[in-house]
Design a protein around this ligand. Structure first.
Ligand SMILES: [Zn+2]
Length: 352
């Protein structure tokens, strides 16, 4: 089901309403930008990879176990994942079970990253995280990102557990996204439970404008075994995002004994009964016009108490919350026409 599909809610109201509104749009805020709070890692030692694939590092335990995969730099301007993998690689991971692969997905985009312009270099030709659809992959579609995707696909095709590291333009608390299968939800919740601050876990069916790695059929097919989630670690340039990425990678690889690091922490966390904050995306609000604007600043994960509250204006339309206690996930205050402006989600709690 696509993100735009409407789920059923008692008393649900319409999200988009054509009306003459008294609400005033917020003046377009300047895009956030700041110098990185830590030196962007030098990946030169790792670019060749250690298994014949550029930017791919593979480690075997010699023991049976899952293939654990961590991916970073899907987007070239999101260095927190690169920071985490660089730190791990310097220590030399030694999986105790199964296999571990660490992948720098788009080193060409990262090569263009300029700390003076930390929002640029998301990709070279197109967004690599909208291409993970078999029909597209096996078509004649061509770009630098698509060629790179095809290069690393054999590794992804054997992944049992995958963590994809990202960061955000607008400030907000860290959060996990997954494509909606229970196995992915369970993995993300258990991982969130080991982290401080504990990220929200968001079920999100995806974007209308393309498929993410976590949506790839291997991870999202009903009845499948392989699991994946994406972690938005924080704001692109923040130290806390880098620390969150590193902590998450350590815990994730510990979860499967892919490295010995923090395995005991993870087992302790799993033995405690706790509650993880979650939310299910019910609507992806896309900007239909270039004039899309929120009516006030919102924090990511902010909850709007009342159904019918006007949160944004989009040309002739008002955007309203469709139910009480509606969570706004990652609002984009400078959204382009046709792109996702905000996800609306219904909060819940998951007891582990
Ligand atoms: Zn990203």
């Amino acid at each position: 089901m696509s993100c735009a599909s409407k789920r059923r809610h008692a008393g649900r109201r319409r999200v988009r309403v054509r009306t003459v509104s008294d609400a005033l749009p917020l003046p377009l805020p300047a895009p956030p930008a700041a110098p990185p709070q830590y030196p962007p890692p030098d990946l030169t030692p790792w670019l060749a990879g250690n298994c014949g694939l550029r930017g791919v590092h593979h480690f075997e335990s010699g023991q049976p176990g899952p293939h654990t995969v961590v991916t970073a730099l899907m987007h070239g301007n999101e260095p927190s994942g690169a920071y985490a993998l660089n730190t791990l690689l310097k220590k030399g991971p030694q999986p105790r079970q199964g296999r571990l692969s660490l992948i720098f997905l788009n080193p060409d985009a990262y090569a263009r990253y300029n700390p003076a312009h930390p929002t640029r270099a998301r990709y070279v030709e197109e967004d690599m995280n909208r291409l993970w659809r078999p029909e597209l992959i096996h078509s004649h579609h061509d770009s630098l990102e698509m060629r790179r995707l095809r290069e690393v696909l054999p590794v992804i095709e054997t992944a049992d557990l995958l963590l994809d590291l990202h960061s955000m333009l607008w400030p907000g608390p860290p959060l996990f996204l997954h494509s909606g299968q229970e196995r992915n939800h369970s993995m993300a919740c258990h991982l969130a439970n080991t982290l401080t601050p504990s990220p929200l876990v968001i079920r999100d069916d995806g974007h209308q404008d393309g498929s993410r790695l976590i949506d790839y059929e291997r991870f999202s097919t009903q009845g499948g075994q392989a699991r994946a989630c994406l972690l938005e670690t924080g704001q692109h340039w923040s130290q806390s995002a880098a620390q969150m990425a590193l902590l998450a990678v350590r815990q994730f690889t510990g979860l499967t004994d892919a490295t010995s690091t923090n395995t005991q922490d993870m087992k302790n966390a799993l033995s405690k009964k706790t509650v993880v904050k979650t939310a299910t995306v019910t609507d992806c609000v896309q900007a239909h016009t270039a004039a899309f604007a929120f009516v006030r600043p919102y924090d990511s994960a902010e909850i709007i108490p009342s159904a019918g509250t006007v949160i944004a204006l989009d040309g002739p339309d008002e955007i309203r919350t469709p139910y009480d206690n509606c969570m706004l996930v990652m609002p984009n205050f400078r959204v382009r026409r046709g792109h996702t402006a905000v996800r609306l989600a219904q909060p819940a709690e998951q007891t582990l």
